[in-house]
Every structure is written in structure tokens, then in C-alpha cells.
Design a protein. Sequence first.
Length: 156
Amino acid sequence: MIRHPWLVTLLLIAISPYSHWARAEKVYKCGSTYSQTPCPGGTLLEVDDTRDPTEKKRMDAQTRRNAELARDMEQSRLANEAALAAERAKVAENAAQRQPERQQTKEIVAERVLVVARKPRLYKPHKPKGFTAVVPGTGHPPVKAPKRKKRPDDNP
């Protein structure tokens, strides 16, 4: 952690006059990527702001309006979430108050059900059936799979 924040502030103020030396680097488009180093077949892009001052002011104003709209939308969303949380807490509190009433009601006893164990089915490997490709519309009837035999333990 910084022990002397005033020292960092003083250092930043001292080097601020030299910040005008920082300039935009050249940008090269190499296929579908962008780079600061030239590449074979790359093109140099002009990245300076070429807008006139009135257009820049208009775009800055639009950006400020969008930021205000986003802030308003966030406040509205937070208010809606707070209202929903309060409503859920109220519902939970009502449910907790009704819980003792439910415990006082008589218990429902389930009827006993007779469970019959079924015979386990064993895996029986079978010979795979051959596959024949048929061109649609040639008049060949589709091959149907043979029906399985009913077992006595199958439920309807």
C-alpha cells in the first residue's frame, strides 16, 4: 500500500507538462488484424480525428445524453429490484407466519402400496440387421423392424 499518496500526486503533477510528447502511433492493417508494426501487404491507416468542431460537439452531446439515459435506466432497474426484493421478503414473512398453522393441521397418512419385484432383464446380444440404402421414390417398400414379443412383466 502506498504510504505517501501526496508524493505520488506530486510526481504526477511534475511529469504532466511532458504528456504532450505522447502521440498516436502509426496503425497498420494486416489482412483482418491491426498492428503497430508494418507487415508485408499491410496498409497504413490514418487514425486522426478528422471531424469538424461542430460535429465533434454534437457527438459529445449525444454521448452525454446516452450516459445520462444509461444512468437513469440503472436507477430505475435498481428501484425495481429493491421493490421486488421487498415484496419477496413480505411473501416469505407471511409464509413463515402461516407455517405454525399448517403444522397444527392433521397429518395425512399415505396408504400402503404393495410393491412387486420384477424379474430383471438380462442383456442379450443380438445379431445386427443388415442395412440397405434405398433411393426415395423408387417404389421399394420401407423395411419394417420386426415387432418385439410381449413379456408377461410388461406393463400396458
